[in-house]
Design a protein around this ligand. Structure first.
Ligand code: GDP
Length: 177
């Protein structure tokens, strides 16, 4: 690329939302550092990670925020959502209760964000095939009704993790450019 193109940066704030223990922190650690933590909340105090993603030869800096457990106390603050242009709304395919919370998280995104946040619904833990409580069809049906993207992921075996983040970044890029 020319020098001019190289310095033309895009910066997107992206938030991870969803119930506790669905795998938000591990999706981020898998994506950012290719690490997985088998025990819940081995990752403490990390608020966000900045990842460079190339889209159409342009460098996008994605600043990806993790709730770091705030949702346990229903205390995700408006500062968390402020300025976000993208969201990964995560549930655990082995716990239908986390899928039933999706509407509540969508409301929060709408209330707290000052623009239409590009949202992808993420059905995580796809490796837990025998324990599945929410079908892919159910996930996709919700997506159709709400006009969101959908992807099934596993932070454990890495499947679709990068694709989930890249889909959001690419869509934001397409809207803004
Ligand atoms: P958070 O509270 O939403 O941030 O969830 P964590 O990332 O802390 O993960 C909660 C628990 O689920 C941890 O024990 C993780 O090891 C586990 N976990 C996360 N992602 C996966 C996954 O894709 N598959 C399986 N089997 N376990 C996962």
């Amino acid at each position: 690329y020319t020098e001019e193109e190289k310095t033309e940066d895009y910066f997107f704030k992206i938030v991870l939302v969803g119930d506790s223990v669905v795998g938000k922190s591990n999706l981020l650690s898998r994506f950012a550092r290719d690490e997985f933590f088998p025990n819940s909340k081995s990752i403490i105090g990390v608020e966000f990670q900045t990842q460079k993603i190339e889209i159409n030869g342009k460098e996008v800096k994605a600043q990806i925020w993790d709730t770091a457990g705030q949702e346990r106390f229903r205390a995700v603050t408006s500062a968390y959502y402020r300025g976000a242009v993208g969201a990964l709304l995560v549930y655990d395919i082995s716990r239908s209760q986390t899928f039933e919370s999706i509407g509540r998280w969508l409301n929060k995104l709408q209330i707290h964000s000052d623009m239409n946040v590009v949202t992808i619904l993420v059905g995580n833990k796809s490796d837990l095939k025998d324990a599945r409580e929410v079908t892919t069809a159910e996930g996709k049906a919700l997506v159709e009704a709400q006009g969101l993207f959908f992807i099934g992921t596993s932070a454990l075996d890495s499947s679709n993790v990068a694709a989930a983040f890249q889909t959001v970044v690419r869509e934001i890029y397409n809207i803004l450019s």
